[in-house]
Ligand binder design. Structure first.
Ligand code: HEC
Length: 201
């Protein structure tokens, strides 16, 4: 008799769990929401490993600083393709904030052709550089905003570096802190993020 009651309880609990899962009420927090990033890794010396798979993330914008409008040598030549992992994009869309563990990758492309069947312009050329920024409250507790900046870029024609050291604040962070619209990120130039921010529509 007792055994039957216990079995019934277990059965009912199972049914409730299935209902909760099925109705979508229970959503397990992603690693990003828990503050642990699965999107970037470090080597033993604390250097960031070159991010992988980012071309399959959310593409948020493509600022362009062509060399020919910057005295022949833009600081970050030329197209800047910016990506964020899907999970972190969703957190931003839901909360309006970049979670601990966020990474944004900026891939640099040269201007290739300036004339296409569609007209005169600037057309994507080759991949020439790779930069990244990560927000990590533990590892970078002393960096302003907890953001650290990395460059994997090598001279044109050579493979990008496999690892990168966090850059000094005076090289990167200061400018993001001063001019970026939202939490050190230049969302003012990324329409996909600008539109996703809650409360905008
Ligand atoms: C003088 C200002 C300035 C400095 C210095 C600077 N950045 Fe930025 N950064 C920008 C601007 C403006 C954007 C957005 C527009 C663009 O890409 O041109 C940007 C965008 C980025 C992004 C895309 C994500 C984001 O935060 O918007 C990364 C990654 C990045 N920069 C990395 C770096 C690294 C690495 C350094 C140092 C080597 C650096 N930046 C130094 C102005 C700066």
């Amino acid at each position: 008799m007792n055994l039957i009651i216990v079995n019934r309880k277990v059965f009912l609990l199972g049914v409730m769990a299935l209902l909760l899962l099925g109705s979508g009420i229970y959503v397990s927090p992603t690693s990003a929401e828990k503050g642990k990033s699965v999107f970037y890794k470090f080597d033993k010396s604390g250097n960031l490993l070159q991010p992988k798979g980012y071309r399959e993330w959310v593409f948020v914008g493509s600022p362009l600083t062509p060399n020919d409008m910057n005295n022949g040598k833009a600081a970050f030549p030329e197209f800047h393709h910016v990506y964020i992992p899907h999970e972190q994009f969703k957190v931003y869309k839901n909360t309006g904030a970049f979670p601990d563990g966020t990474i944004l990758v900026k891939e640099l492309l040269s201007v290739g052709k300036k004339q296409a069947p569609s007209g005169k312009g600037y057309f994507n050329g080759d991949f020439i550089g790779l930069e990244a920024t990560v927000k990590d409250t533990k590892r970078y507790k002393n960096e302003p905003g907890n953001w650290a900046y990395f460059s994997f870029t090598t001279p044109i024609g050579q493979p990008h570096n496999k690892t990168a050291k966090a850059m000094p604040k005076t090289k990167c962070n200061f400018c993001h802190q001063a001019f970026a619209k939202d939490d050190w990120v230049f969302t003012q130039y990324y329409p996909v993020l600008k539109d996703a921010k809650p409360g905008r529509k």
